[in-house]
Design a protein around this ligand. Structure first.
Ligand code: C5P
Length: 234
């Protein structure tokens, strides 16, 4: 299975994102475009970045009734994105409907589900979302991952620390895309459960998503290359 580093383009505008990507000319790095940039700039930012030769994970976390979700998927497929994602909480009909739209298009797109948001802890899950109080967070994540696989999607976004268990239960081919990556463990920001690129490789992650360690580096390309080398074990 392909393994790669995905740079999270968490920028507020097209100008900032493209100025950053200018440094990566010739690198053809895999990038993630999230809601902030997409809602500001629209589909044009995807076309522009795609034109520069980058692969794109469009991280919009789609969640709606199956019919709307299928329509949204068809619209995104027109943009030739390489990876898209959904909320597993949308349920089987939504997830399998989306997968059906991808298959119909004949395009080679990796489809992922978000299980529980990392901002959702066990208290929120039980008290606010009213999810079965006899299940802990890990059990719910695993059951959402099983639903994702049953719906035909490629895999999930999760912590690298969860990868061994996910692969054990759902198979080596079930794709894991893992954020929360830091080169040194004590880097202080809002990511709580972090692993290094080397640990992510050892844990079996297929793709790591790296934002600030690259976007805020003095030399982003150098940092990207080092992280990629460490993750791929070259
Ligand atoms: O800057 P940093 O490396 O922390 O960025 C990680 C990226 O991965 C951000 O775009 C963030 O929204 C995303 N992400 C995450 N944790 C999740 C899901 C997505 O950090 N559980």
């Amino acid at each position: 299975m392909a393994k790669d580093v995905i740079i999270a383009l968490d920028f507020p505008s097209k100008e900032k994102a493209l100025t950053f990507l200018d440094k990566f000319e010739g690198e053809e790095a895999y990038v993630k475009i999230g809601m902030e940039l997409f809602y500001k700039e629209g589909p044009e930012i995807v076309r522009e970045i795609k034109k520069r030769g980058h692969k794109i994970f469009l991280d919009l976390k789609i969640h709606d009734i199956p019919n709307t979700c299928i329509g949204a998927t068809k619209s995104l497929l027109n943009l030739d994105v390489d990876m898209i994602n959904y909320h597993a909480a949308g349920g089987y009909n939504m997830l399998s409907g989306a997968k059906g739209a991808i298959d119909e298009s004949g395009k080679d797109v990796i489809s992922l589900a978000v299980t529980m948001l990392t901002s959702t802890d066990e208290d929120i899950m039980h008290d606010e979302l009213k999810i079965d109080s006899s299940l802990n967070l890990e059990e719910v994540v695993l059951s959402y991952a099983e639903l994702t696989k049953k719906s035909g999607l490629s895999g999930i976004v999760c912590s690298a620390l969860e990868v061994p268990k996910i692969k054990e239960k759902l198979g080596e081919d079930f794709v894991t895309v893992t954020p929360g990556i830091r080169k040194v463990k004590n880097a202080s920001d809002d990511q709580k459960r972090v692993v290094t690129p080397k640990e992510a490789r050892e844990l079996g992650s297929d793709y790591i998503v790296v934002g600030r360690p690259i976007t805020k580096a003095d030399d982003p390309v150098k940092e990207y290359k080092e992280i990629k080398k460490e993750f791929l074990g070259e």
